[in-house]
Design a protein. Sequence first.
Length: 281
Amino acid sequence: MLKDIANVEQARSWDGDDGDHWAANDEMYNGAVARHHAHFIAAAAITSSDRVLDIGCGTGVSTCDAGRAADNGAVLGADLSAKMLARARQRAKDMGLTNVMFEQADAQVHPFERASYDVAISRFGAMFFADPAAAFANIASAVRPGGRLVLMSWRPLDQQVWLTRVREAFAAGRDLPGEPNGRPGPFGLADPEQVRPLLAAAGFRDVTMRAVDEPMRFGATAGEAFAFWAGSGLSHGLLGQADEATRERAFSALRELFARHETRDGVLLDSAAWLTTARRA
């Protein structure tokens, strides 16, 4: 249960409908970023004795992979969503991991044990803070001097083929608002000119941001991809107030989009991410 909380709107979303949808579609969400995950885990380079903090751990894939690597260490996964954490705990139990724990927490203000973690990681989970400066200062305080930070986040919306094409389908000819960089949301860490000074002010040095270009995979078939997106929060948000004709146009465009991108490896659409690493001063 959440106690200390600063990100009220994000908690309402992630500990509500959005988090419920993620938990119910765990395999699809994690499968979508499986190629990104490989880059992320390699960069994390977790060793046997490491203590690891996983921010915005979701359903625990990255947390459990960290737990397997840190077999003589310990891993804590923190997230806002109770249902996603329930799935994460079940994942760790199924894998027989006894060195992995999970806590429902707002990482911006949660009183993590100070200077006790060797590595803090976050795979697409650290872009949503209402006050990023306060959040990363709090995370930095939990990392020991010389410890590491490894983040994966999205580059700007106009570089995301997967999301721009899906949004175009849902728009059905309507004008949709953009997704600004640097504000709480998917593109909160999209601008290197904001991210580098943000992390430096929080107490990190040697900040590097490497571009990762990998496709998102939305299921094995166009039908699977359509069913997933038709039930998504984006669908409800963009079509919830639309008339039936607009909905039909949008869903038709969505089916056509996924049919065009169906391959032998599944439905693939390009994406653009940052892999950020830094070290605690």
